[in-house]
Design a protein around this ligand. Sequence first.
Ligand code: PGA
Length: 294
Amino acid sequence: MNSLTFRLLEVFEKVVESGSITAASAALSLSQPTVSLQLKKLSSIIGLPLLRHHQGKILLTDAGEALFKCAQDVLGAQARLKSQIQALHGVEAGSLKLAVVTTAKYIIPPLLGPFCKAHPNIDVRFTVGNREQIVRRLEQNRDDIYFFSQPPDDPSLVTTPFKENHLVVIAPPDYDGPDNCSLQDVASQRFLLREAGSGTRMAVEQFCGKHEITFKSPMIIESNEAIRLAVSTGLGLAIVSEHTLAQHEGENVKKLTITDFPLKTHWQAVTLRHRPNSPAVDAFMQALLSTPSN
Ligand code: PGA
């Protein structure tokens, strides 16, 4: 076992957690042949097969189970050591990786300015994607804190609500169709919807499913900015987070008064229970919780 290294254990853990060599390669920024080669090397170090393939899935052999458990113990201990060392250096060193859903990009960057000023040596990385993309990053344990309004329901997550999110119905400035009514009453208008995989779209679908509402001729647009612009130029109606409107007061859209709207959810900061918080994560969470909640 002389040549068993942290890196080999890390590759093995990533393959098992992500369920595929392709996903593990992407998460580790390695090529697929390199990952396959490292798996082969591990298997020859252990002297037994570690993985088997069944109906397109990667499954662990008994030796693989034992090695996976060892990888979790060793890498967990390494992460704890890293965070203790960071603590000895103080908050001022280290990195902070944040991953936010597209709509949350209106609320997190304003906090980053003061935070980076107060902690100039923390290397902050910021990734934006729709809900589905950020859930994938969370499953791959790629970042320190994730931001959703609808986090996955999973006991291995710690979720901290910190701000309200209001979804509102918007229309072009010269809209003269039904208002002060139910969503059903405007469902025959053209609606501009976010793509499948978006958290906003998910909230809209949940509401429509509950009230048996079907939009007559929806158009899919994959960006809050493009939706807002399209509504302002008369293309149709949309349901968007109020945060997407706040910084564009001049861009004219009309908020409709619709029964049960605004739909209210909470922005939540999400961390993985088994990933130890670094001092930088604790400092950012503190900054987050000291901001007004609405
Ligand atoms: P979205 O997510 O940007 O993918 O629509 C927003 C949300 O989770 O509320």
